[in-house]
Design a protein around this ligand. Sequence first.
Ligand SMILES: CC(=O)SCCNC(=O)CCNC(=O)[C@H](O)C(C)(C)COP(=O)(O)OP(=O)(O)OC[C@H]1O[C@@H](n2cnc3c(N)ncnc32)[C@H](O)[C@@H]1OP(=O)(O)O
Ligand SMILES: CC(C)C(=O)C(=O)O
Length: 415
Amino acid sequence: MEVSRYRCLCPTTRARRNLRRIEFFQGTLDSTSEITDARIFDTTLRDGEQSPRTSFNYEDKREIAAVLDEMGTHVIEAGFPVNSDAEFEAVRDIAESTNVTTCGLARVVEKDIEAALDSGVDMVHTFVSTSDVQLQDSMHATRQEALDSAVESVERIVEAGAECMFSPMDATRTDEGFLLEVIEATSEAGADWINIPDTCGVATPRRFYDLIEKVDGHTDARIDVHTHDDFGLASANAISGFEAGASQSQVSVNGIGERAGNAAYEEVVMTLESLYDVDTGIDTTRITELSRLVEEKSDIPVPANKPIVGRNAFSHESGIHAAGVIENSDTFEPGVMTPEMVGAERELVLGKHTGAHSVRERLVDAGYAPTDAEVREVTRRVKDYGAEKQQVTMSELERFATEVGVDEETEEVRA
Ligand SMILES: CC(=O)SCCNC(=O)CCNC(=O)[C@H](O)C(C)(C)COP(=O)(O)OP(=O)(O)OC[C@H]1O[C@@H](n2cnc3c(N)ncnc32)[C@H](O)[C@@H]1OP(=O)(O)O
Ligand SMILES: CC(C)C(=O)C(=O)O
């Protein structure tokens, strides 16, 4: 029930934001939840594009990559070069036209790795299944074959001079002894990054923390995590990975990706910034713009209640909440995250749950000078109208004000 935008309740400057953080977190950030190293690897153009029924054309990929680059994203996985000529060209173009570290995906297959290297990306991300179910029924390979091809692939990438990321696919459903053996072997072969993928989204934050902590003890490579949202835990697991020592998380804008998707760019970045006090270096004020761009290009609508980028993320209809927010937005918003920080706007929405404070604010904002009795009467009409599931727009509010006979504010009053 959108009716109006409510701006400038609480000016947000970086200094104020930092001050707030200190107030909110005094004594609550203990050493186990500290995150010191946090980089963002965006896979919107690779895993995000694997969303069923989604495909980005060349221009879409370029446009999305340009915004991610301008925002200061650390790595962009531009695609899977062996997929097709069009994909190869798009990846090559992004590698050439951006300043960011670019990455291309490759199976542990020679032609995939050569295609990725030829595309000119800075980093090649190679992966092999390590869980028994995938080895048996997807790759049709033994553990030894998977291990050998992983090592050979890493060696080839390192020899070619590209940065190398290795993923034991389905790590969270892999026998732990074998997982550690593959990680040790690929690390020795020269992998710069070991990515731990929760391919089928079965990790929980606690279990994922334990796994990342264990992996950290078996490699000198930097650790990256790739989490899926089958149980709605992708972003929580990504953060848990950071807490356990990972340096980087793979995310996608709006959380798009295979099945239920990946950890969401906006959720992971804002959690790091606002709840862990990490300066990611990313320009968060463009998050809403980025989300709208990916929504349009992917054709995957963002749910209204999606954290940070959903239409309702900074909207208030309930009377109690709106009344509090009118005085101080920290009353019913996180406080450590404001709409300004993500390039969004706060909205006071009028409907069945609206209270008098909100109505008064909207009327005054629109140039009226209502009495208390008039506010009560307009509020009654707003509620009745809203209860019929009708949208209470600004023009409805003005109609109610006219019907009730609310005076417009005079020059004298204004002075
Ligand atoms: C969890 C992930 O997101 S993994 C990434 C998944 N992304 C994609 O698949 C998107 C792009 N994929 C593609 O364009 C195609 O699947 C290609 C080009 C990679 C391969 O296409 P095709 O040769 O037609 O094979 P197809 O896709 O039907 O089957 C996959 C093949 O890859 C093999 N495979 C799967 N994972 C790996 C791996 N990590 N390393 C080596 N081979 C692998 C399978 O065993 C199967 O081999 P087979 O053809 O000998 O049976
Ligand atoms: C390629 C790998 C990292 C992947 O996308 C997954 O396991 O989900």
